[in-house]
Design a protein around this ligand. Structure first.
Ligand code: SF4
Length: 350
């Protein structure tokens, strides 16, 4: 059995049973444009071909373990179980302006061990196959379509480091942006990395317009190393050199994520350091108030008070580096990455 999203295998199957090429186009149209989820509902193909699909392919291997809506119904969080019995999460964020965004996972767990991250506490459980990444997307696209809305943006910003599962991530981006499939603009797909330099270099070579976000979280190696072990391997000067090459090729602005952790990343002198680092670069900073989470009853950090985040932002404003403070839409559904998966893991271990 293989995934219906695996075009190569599907074409091979159709050819080996004497079906003409246009049959693939009919199946593709039903799956990606008409959101058909059961092969028996594809009316444009024969009964025999539907049977062939049922015997050889599956539509979805991920199972929904939990689906939670935030109190204001703006955010939906889905906890999935993979066929290897690991959890992953995806989050749909609805915006009034229809800029609906889906945050997806590319790994279960993550080996990068950032100290503030619930996913990092799980370590790496598995790399997702490209079809499992696409299944998250198709589920959200269908859900929004049923609400007379649509999916506008996809962000690889939930569980996992995309450049540690790059072949599958690359293939998934190709399916997301292919006209006959999900047909999202490249600009509306964003890959977010903690700063794996060889991955950034490959990505720069492979894609022209796909957006890039960097989990920067500190403007000096000293502070960054405290919270992000990746900085030992790829320090800031190496990282910034790779990012400058991306900007030079794409002429695109890079998004820098900056987590505001009380007493760790929010000293005002770091705001000036951040400005120094980004002042000549095409950059936009997203300040993310740290979302406290409990793991085994232990809370590690606390959130920077709002007035201090605003003070920090004012420094960048004054010197012309654009920034926004992320609105936390989702506190009531434990929506920082990895929180649900951690809770579930604790339940299973009890
Ligand atoms: S912040 Fe990203 S890279 Fe770091 S541990 Fe979490 S998921 Fe991995």
């Amino acid at each position: 059995m293989f995934s219906i999203h695996d075009e190569e295998k599907l074409i091979e199957l159709l050819e080996s049973h004497g079906h003409k090429k246009f049959r693939y186009a009919q199946i593709e149209n039903a799956i990606y444009k008409n959101f058909v989820t059961h092969f028996d509902d594809i009316q444009t193909i024969s009964k025999d071909l539907r049977e062939l699909l049922n015997q050889n392919c599956f539509y979805q291997s991920l199972e929904i373990e939990e689906q939670i809506e935030s109190a204001d119904s703006q955010t939906t969080k889905i906890l999935w179980k993979t066929s290897k019995w690991h959890n992953i999460e995806s989050v749909i964020m609805r915006h009034l302006s229809w800029r609906n965004t889906l945050c997806i996972s590319c790994q279960s767990g993550c080996p990068m061990a950032c100290t503030f991250c619930a996913t990092g506490k799980l370590w790496l459980l598995e790399n997702l196959h490209f079809s499992e990444i696409i299944e998250q997307v198709m589920y959200a696209a269908k859900l929004l379509n049923d609400e007379w809305s649509s999916l506008r943006n996809i962000v690889f910003m939930w569980m996992g480091e995309p450049f540690l599962n790059y072949p599958n991530v690359k293939k998934a981006i190709e399916i997301m942006t292919e006209q006959k499939k999900i047909n999202l603009s490249n600009r509306r797909v964003t890959i977010s990395t903690c700063g794996i330099v060889p991955g950034i270099e490959k990505f720069t070579a492979d894609f022209d317009q796909t957006s890039l976000a960097i989990s920067l979280h500190a403007p000096t190696d000293e502070v960054r190393r405290e919270i992000m072990p990746v900085d030992h391997t790829y320090p800031l000067d190496t990282l910034m050199t790779a990012l400058d090459k991306y900007t030079k090729k794409t002429r695109k602005r890079i998004f820098y994520e900056y987590i505001m952790i009380n007493g760790v990343t929010d000293n005002i002198h770091l705001a000036y350091k951040l400005w120094e680092l980004l002042k000549w670069r095409m950059a936009h900073v997203n300040f993310i108030p740290y979302n406290p989470w409990e793991w085994a009853g232990w809370v590690e950090y606390s959130t920077t008070p709002k007035f201090l985040i605003q003070k920090f932002q004012k420094v960048l404003d004054e010197y012309g580096v654009p920034s926004t403070i992320r609105v936390t839409m989702w506190d009531d559904i434990a929506a920082a990455c990895g929180q649900l998966a951690n809770k579930n893991k604790e339940k299973l271990e009890k």
